[in-house]
Design a protein around this ligand. Sequence first.
Ligand code: SF4
Length: 218
Amino acid sequence: MDFSPFIDVDIPVTFRDHPGVQSAVLYTEINLCNLNCYQCHNRYAYSEKKEKMTYQKLEEKISMLKLLGVELIIVSGGEPTLEKNLKEGLKFIKSLGFPVRVDTNGTNPEVVQQLIEERVVDGFAVDVKIPIKDEYTPQELERFKTILFSKADLDDAVIYNYSKKLKITIEIIRKYSLPYTIFRTVEYPLLLPEDRNEIKKLLESLPHQFNPFYPVEG
Ligand code: SF4
């Protein structure tokens, strides 16, 4: 039996995730992520390890979604670009006639570029969680480590590395006109108004939205 890269959980259908478009969300392995963001909702919602869905079951579910009027499949995670069978899974969804958006934290520009070149993706939702800078103050480093890794006692390189990779991802995506692309920023309590302004400026010519922060148990 062939397993898809998506975990076997109920598939949420939503109008809110991609504004104005009825979408259904598939998830790659939730714990397969190189960040550990402050109060990650997906880790909280799917805390137990789940089995992968077979391709047969995926096809059945996607046929149902078509009947429900779903227009877009969203692939979330975890960090989907770390999933080794992602490309195959995206190809399968597209073979069933759906456009696909991949949600990413932006730290894997090589895979983003590859998915675009191989035409297996119709857009990305890129989370831009902190401002991108060449130099951060010690206070910024402490706040941003807490946002991205839920703790501050880490090497400063983790922030510089994140920021470098995210910048490359944004530059790649900027070059293509993929119809389902959006940049998003969660309004974490630790994100100050000046941080939000810098993010806004960075993404000003791109489709970007701020999303309210909801505590996981809130
Ligand atoms: S990048 Fe996404 S999945 Fe990974 S820890 Fe952050 S919020 Fe959770």
